[in-house]
Design a protein around this ligand. Structure first.
Ligand SMILES: Cc1cc2nc3c(=O)[nH]c(=O)nc-3n(C[C@H](O)[C@H](O)[C@H](O)COP(=O)(O)O)c2cc1C
Length: 215
């Protein structure tokens, strides 16, 4: 099984997002060692120009020559994508959005019956996000967005992991340490379940609505 994670936090390896992805991957490692972590902030990924060259003149090939070429190559035969982002203005970060816009080259024209490259990327999707404030409703737009993206990619969305109070992940106050440990154990367990059958148990699913400090 091949897993590729995409961390859209500008804080990269020091991010709260990374702690969440890392915990899930601890569980996923029970079934595979092939895990690739991409920190988008370390990559050169320029804005999509909207030229549609990748759908028309050169199907599947973007007119921009930057790190996206290698990233799309790495994505080709993956089984699971983990998309991670801090919540920025109730949405994904600019880093992750710019990356998604450039994925257009890999997906092909959704209106075309048979694109040259479409459907080559049909993985399972996991979405991970954390935010600073204690209001969970802030994730609503992001959840609807990734649900629609997954449907468009015809890729099953097998897990959505969102938590408020994200700073407890990297800089927990004393009283936050115990819930943090329990939350990370939970994420690791979820990773192991996803590795086993691409699905969470009912018990794990019932805990998805809890934030880190409620563990
Ligand atoms: C530009 C920007 C926008 C943000 N918008 C929100 C927001 O809408 N709601 C919220 O609760 N936190 C918001 N935050 C706080 C981050 O979501 C929070 O600090 C998060 O834990 C950072 O995660 P990271 O370490 O993975 O980057 C924002 C932070 C920045 C820098």
């Amino acid at each position: 099984m091949k897993i590729v994670s995409f961390n859209g936090s500008p804080r990269g390896k020091k991010s709260n997002t990374h702690v969440m992805i890392d915990a899930l991957e601890q569980g996923l490692r029970t079934r595979t060692e092939e895990i690739h972590d991409i920190f988008l902030s370390e990559k050169e990924i320029r804005y999509c120009k909207g030229c549609h060259t990748c759908w028309t003149a050169t199907p599947g090939v973007c007119a921009i020559d930057d790190d996206m070429k290698d990233i799309i190559g790495l994505m080709r035969d993956a089984d699971v994508f983990i998309f991670g982002s801090p919540l920025f203005f109730n949405n994904v970060s600019g880093n992750l959005k710019v990356f998604f816009d450039r994925l257009t080259a890999a997906g092909g024209d959704p209106q075309a019956k048979q694109s040259a490259v479409s459907r080559q990327i049909v993985p399972h999707i996991v979405m991970v996000s954390n935010c600073g404030f204690p209001y969970r409703t802030q994730f609503e737009a992001l959840s609807i967005w990734i649900g629609n993206v997954a449907r468009m990619m015809q890729a099953p969305l097998i897990g959505e992991f969102y938590t408020t109070n994200g700073n407890a992940l990297t800089s927990p106050a004393d009283e936050e340490r115990a819930p943090r440990e329990r939350y990370l154990e939970y994420l690791e367990r979820c990773g192991a379940e996803l590795a086993k059958g691409f699905a969470l148990t009912d018990e794990s699913r019932s805990l998805l609505a809890k934030n880190i400090l409620e563990f």
